[in-house]
Every structure is written in C-alpha cells, then in structure tokens.
Write a protein that binds this ligand. Structure first.
Ligand SMILES: [Zn+2]
Ligand SMILES: [Zn+2]
Length: 283
C-alpha cells in the first residue's frame, strides 16, 4: 500500500477507485505517460514551428507542379506554379460534378446514362492539368503534396462539403499489401488534411479494401465493375454514420466510388457524397 493511501479510511478509498474508473479514456491514458515525457500538443508553439522549419531546411518540400523545392521557402507550392492548375468550373454535372460544355445540360453523358449509388460529388481540378502531380503523389513517395492539395480542396470545396453536414470523411482504402508497398494511402493523406482544416472527423478504418483489384485504368466498362465486386468491406460496423463524404484522388467513371458507397449504404449510411482531387471533362 502506498503511503498516502494509508491515511484514507476504507470507504474513501473505495470511492476514489470508483472515480478513477469513471475518468474518460483519454484522461486515464494521460496518466500513463512517464515522467518528463510531453505530448506533442504540449510542446510550445515556437518549438514546434522551429522543428518544422529545421525539417523543411533539411528536406525541402517539393512543389506539386514542378517537383522542385518550393519557392519561396515556407510555402507548399511555388507562387509561380499555382496558376498552372485548372479548376473545374460551372456549369457542372449535378451528379458527378464534371464540367459541362453545354450551359443548358444538367448531367454529363455518363450520368445521363447510368445510375450511381452515391448521391452527389465534386472534384477540384481537371484531370489533364494534375495527372503528373497525382502520379508522383501516388507512386513516387511525394506525400508532402498532401499539404497543398488538402488545403486547395478545403479552400475551394469546403463550403460545399459543409453544406452536406457530414458525420465523417471516409478515404477510399488501399488493399493492405498495396499500402504496405507504398507506405501510405494518398486518399487518406488528403482526407486527413481536409478533415483537419474543416473540423470533420476522418474514418480511415471504417472501410477496408479486401480484394487486391487490378488498377481500374487497365480495364474497360463492365470489367471495371466486375473488378470491384466485393472489393470493399465495412470493418468498423459498430460505428453509426448517417452522412459521409468519400475521398479519392481521381474520379473516372465513378465505379470505385459506387462500389464503396454500396457497402456503406448496406451498413445504414443514408447519404453518400464524394470529393475527388481530379475528374475528366464531361460532354
Ligand atoms: Zn513549382
Ligand atoms: Zn456526371
């Protein structure tokens, strides 16, 4: 028995034990930290900023457009390069958000001919202008691009996302093996940046990719949909979500979003939206 406990009568000790049990999980975990160890959030802001600057000096973040160290220092994209990215503008397809050429049209050709499982979505950039960026972001380890890309998503599509009142952002998962090879999931990085800026929780563990599918770009039409059959599975089925926004890097035909949305609907999600970094142009 510890010294201070000897001074307490039995009934007080009991209520003290009860009170400890009622402490929220986070508070109890704080107690487990060894003496002298500080949580990152407890570090003074100045120290954190200094740490970041030092890391940036040693490993300068690369620009998502030109892939050279960002100029001027301290930004997440070169001031000159930012203007090279082409954003999707009105008129947009009311379903998938593709830019339309015809002012009078409501839907793009694809959405006019096919029913989607999701409710609605939008993308930020035309695929053509950001193809190389996404390639390096996914396959060349340029995870630092997430900082600019997530910020751009939040700044341009933040109010649309908020208008949907989502309970959570759900990134399209990678198969376990692919994520291990790559070291990260680019959609999860985007969702993380976006969620942080908009104050919306990110549920990366909600959905899993249980089938290591072939890349969709290698397939056409019906093969794309077959490829994705039973590709996703809800793993956190104790989590009750009503409205979600699925986050992905590229929207092409919507097969991936639809396959993921279908599983979410089966689990009781009422409204499923999506946000993608890039989308092709519709007709
Ligand atoms: Zn640049
Ligand atoms: Zn469309």
């Amino acid at each position: 028995m510890k010294e201070h406990e000897k001074k307490f009568p039995y009934f007080l000790k009991k209520s003290l034990a009860g009170a400890k049990k009622e402490l929220p999980e986070a508070t109890r975990q704080e107690k487990k930290l060894p003496e002298g160890v500080r949580r990152e959030k407890e570090l003074p802001e100045g120290a954190r900023r200094a740490g970041r600057i030092l890391t940036d000096l040693l490993f300068p973040p690369r620009c998502p457009v030109c892939d050279r160290p960002v100029k001027p220092f301290g930004r997440d994209i070169c001031s000159e390069c930012e203007g090279m990215l082409v954003r999707i503008r009105e008129p947009r397809c009311l379903k998938c958000g593709k830019q339309l050429r015809d002012e009078g049209a409501e839907y793009c050709y694809d959405c006019g001919h096919r029913r989607h499982v999701y409710d609605r979505g939008a993308a930020l950039y035309t695929y053509a202008c950001i193809r190389q960026t996404i390639y390096r972001f996914k396959y060349k380890g340029r995870r630092e691009y997430a900082s600019f890309l997530g910020r751009a998503l939040a700044e341009n599509l933040g109010s649309l996302i908020r208008s949907w009142h989502p309970d959570a952002l759900v990134p399209i998962p990678l198969h376990r093996e692919r994520e291990r090879e790559r070291g990260y999931n680019q959609a999860e990085l985007l969702a993380g940046e976006l969620g942080k800026r908009l104050g919306i929780p990110v549920r990366s563990g909600y959905l899993a990719r249980v089938k290591n599918t072939r890349p969709q770009k290698e397939l056409e039409g019906a093969a794309r949909q077959n490829n994705l059959k039973k590709a996703f599975k809800i793993v956190q089925d104790d989590v009750k979500l009503n409205t979600i926004v699925i986050i992905d890097d590229i929207y092409t035909t919507g097969s991936t979003i639809d396959a993921a949305a279908l599983e979410c609907r089966k689990a009781g999600v009422q409204r499923v939206f999506f946000i993608a970094l890039a989308i092709g142009k519709g007709l």
